[in-house]
Ligand binder design. Structure first.
Ligand SMILES: CC(C)(COP(=O)(O)OP(=O)(O)OC[C@H]1O[C@@H](n2cnc3c(N)ncnc32)[C@H](O)[C@@H]1OP(=O)(O)O)[C@@H](O)C(=O)NCCC(=O)NCCS
Length: 207
């Protein structure tokens, strides 16, 4: 399944194209990871809890990038890890990422709750890219799977990540409840936001 989502420009937010990650994107991904985590690497961070506190993680070199990419490709094949490279059409480069998975494992669209995650490259932040990309993937997922197969999508962020809270609000994910820290699985308190699949469609997809 190759899904390509085009998002029109809107004010500061550039025209975007969301599609599965490609090998040609790996230099952009490595650059984004290096910008986000200039000191990334176990050598400089003997305290492993540092890794759990990262907002996202990415490959550090070409070998890790190839492994990472094969994980994204496998995710689409198995339907349990659906990730999109968010590209700025005018720059022709990757500026972000959105991923969708099943909260409790297994295939997305198996009747369970989904979960969404995202990042925007440091240099491209503040232009509404993440909300536009999250809205696009959410809309596509609800349309594609339907409310029976994908009733809800959760968005979870750390309490100390107000930028992500703003993305949730701007993407149609209202706040639902607090999520207390649960080490070693989750080290910080967070917010759970949830988008519900629209149920009042004027049609039903024939299966
Ligand atoms: C959270 C994140 C995805 C937001 O992406 P974005 O494309 O910049 O989204 P927006 O442009 O809508 O900005 C969201 C908020 O970031 C803040 N912001 C604005 N400009 C910013 C900048 N240049 N740099 C950092 N944050 C900025 C603002 O609070 C903004 O909210 P506002 O529009 O109401 O003022 C991005 O900061 C990021 O990738 N952070 C690290 C990874 C992460 O936290 N992912 C989410 C894990 S739950």
């Amino acid at each position: 399944m190759t899904i390509v989502l085009d998002v029109a420009a809107d004010g500061d937010q550039p025209a975007l194209c969301l599609r599965p990650w490609l090998l040609a994107d790996m230099p952009d991904l490595l650059a984004a990871t290096a910008d986000e985590y200039p000191n990334q690497g176990l050598g400089s961070h003997p305290d492993l809890s540092y890794l759990f506190q990262q907002r996202w993680s990415g490959p550090r070199d070409a070998v890790e990038a190839e492994l990472w990419l094969s994980g994204q490709e496998r995710g689409w094949e198995h339907g349990d890890w659906l990730t999109f490279a968010v590209t700025d059409v005018s720059q022709g480069k990757v500026v972000g990422h959105v991923g969708l998975w099943n909260r409790d494992g297994g295939q997305v669209g198996s009747g369970e709750q989904g979960e969404i995650g995202y990042w925007t490259a440091v240099a491209s932040r503040g232009r509404g890219i993440a909300p536009a990309a999250v809205r696009a993937v959410t809309g596509w997922a609800f349309d594609h799977f339907g409310s029976d197969r994908l009733p809800r999508i959760m968005l979870v962020h750390d309490l100390d990540n107000p930028a992500s809270c703003r993305v949730a609000a701007k993407s149609g994910y209202p706040f639902e409840r607090l999520s207390p820290a649960n080490p070693p699985v989750w080290f910080t308190d967070g917010h759970i936001h949830v988008a519900e699949a629209p149920t009042s469609r004027p049609y039903r997809v024939r299966r």
